[in-house]
Design a protein around this ligand. Structure first.
Ligand code: 13P
Ligand code: SF4
Length: 394
């Protein structure tokens, strides 16, 4: 008898329809991450890149506002006017109506959200269009519409409120807005779920099953049995109508390719290696990792926790490596290590490098506006309703 990969490892081998393109090559106009990046990039070996970025930024002055997500490379963060997690950057973008150009050093879904939240006169630029997010690509508009039909067939669509993580395409945010739901980030997921359970009896949480499960179980007191996982690659999500009706949290089967790799073994290993270590992880990590950690929170939370930490304290951090390295450098008085040495950088966040930033800024100086991210007005209207609900959460 032969065993399948699914039986052996519990892994669903079906490729998503948006399986990763060769980075920076080919084009997939249906993908959340957009299409290939045009343009003549300066070589990474150009010794004048820092000078060129400074000069272009100075020439543009207040016309340009550069946002940098915490997972960006140091060489890019150096030029950011503000840094933040996805929640803070969404608010910062909305608070800068005077900047003609918002250069978003982050990933595609963040730039889309910035476009939705900024005025029609402002243009949002993503320095490399291949900077997408594999998690956002795990939920397409067609798959989510099918899921909603399955909920309607089970007789529960009317009592279900969609809550979508910021890490989703504008289409998914628009679906959420159309069905009376809200967006959340890892900083406000608990408040979003509290709000959603005041509006309805069940939540459809998209697309990160881990953030949904961790928030429901760790912060809201629900049990793992209250949660079911909807697999978009299976008929009816792989669930019976009864399972859907019994669940309180219907979790989309999506995950972050970076945070999903931290394991319980890595937590046990670091505790054995570094006695007294505090394990601090992002809520996109698996439930067993979060359950074994000492502290859990968004990137802003992680930064604040380390700012407040005692000199001499020891920390193992489970989030993206660019941020962990920067934190270790910023706190030489504390011992800060990366939770799992086998986990890599976020490859799409790392697409934005200094050559792409220089290219984007110099293009603006020359009067060309490259890589503009625009969301169509109908999608924008509904996505904005969902984002506004998030920004109004208490
Ligand atoms: P936050 O910025 O909300 O912490 O999210 C982490 C992340 O994975 C962004 O892509
Ligand atoms: Fe997406 Fe994870 Fe990368 Fe964030 S860290 S952009 S969620 S793949």
């Amino acid at each position: 008898m032969t065993t399948t990969i699914t039986e052996t490892y519990g892994v669903d081998p079906t490729p998503t329809p948006l399986a990763l393109l060769l980075l920076g090559r080919e084009a997939d106009p249906n993908s959340e991450r957009g299409v290939e990046c045009p343009g003549d990039l300066p070589p990474a070996s150009d010794p004048n890149l820092v000078e060129r970025a400074r000069a272009a930024k100075a020439t543009l002055g207040d016309r340009v506002f550069i946002l940098g997500h915490h997972y960006q490379r140091d060489e890019v963060i150096e030029f950011a006017d503000v840094t933040g997690d996805s929640f803070k950057l969404a608010r910062d973008a909305a608070a800068r109506p005077e900047a003609e150009y918002i250069v978003f050093c982050g990933v595609h879904f963040m730039a889309e959200s910035a476009d939705i939240l900024t005025t029609a006169a402002q243009q949002v630029i993503l320095p490399d269009l291949a900077a997408g997010c594999s998690m956002a690509d795990m939920a397409t508009a067609e798959q989510v519409a099918e899921c909603w039909d399955a909920l309607a067939d089970a007789g529960i669509a009317d009592v279900t409120v969609p809550v979508s993580y910021m890490n989703s395409s504008a289409d998914i945010k628009a679906f959420t807005g159309r069905h009376g739901g809200t967006i959340c980030t890892s900083s406000n997921a608990k408040r979003a779920l509290e709000w959603a359970f005041e509006q309805g009896e069940k939540v459809l949480f998209l697309p990160d099953q881990h953030l949904g499960r961790n928030t429901a179980v760790r912060d809201m007191g629900l049990s793992l049995d209250d949660c079911v996982v909807y697999n978009p690659h299976k008929p009816n999500g792989g669930l019976t109508a009864e399972q859907l009706r019994d669940a309180k949290m219907i979790l989309w089967r999506g995950h972050c390719s970076v945070h999903g790799r931290f394991s319980l073994d890595s937590v046990n290993d670091v505790r054995a290696r570094i006695p007294g270590v505090n394990v601090l992880v992002h809520p996109e990590c698996k439930h067993e990792v979060v359950a074994a950690a000492d502290m859990v929170g968004s990137t802003e939370y992680i930064i604040k926790a380390l700012d407040a930490a005692e000199p001499g304290s020891k920390w193992a951090i489970g989030t993206e490596l660019n941020l962990v390295r920067r934190l270790a450098k910023a706190h030489p008085d504390k011992e800060i290590v990366f939770l799992d040495r086998a986990v890599c950088f976020c490859s799409t966040m790392n697409r934005i490098d200094l050559p792409h930033l220089v290219w984007a800024l110099e293009s603006l100086v020359e009067g060309r506006v490259p890589n503009v991210i625009t969301v169509d007005p109908e999608t924008e209207k509904h996505a904005k309703a969902a984002l506004d609900r998030m920004l109004a959460l208490p």
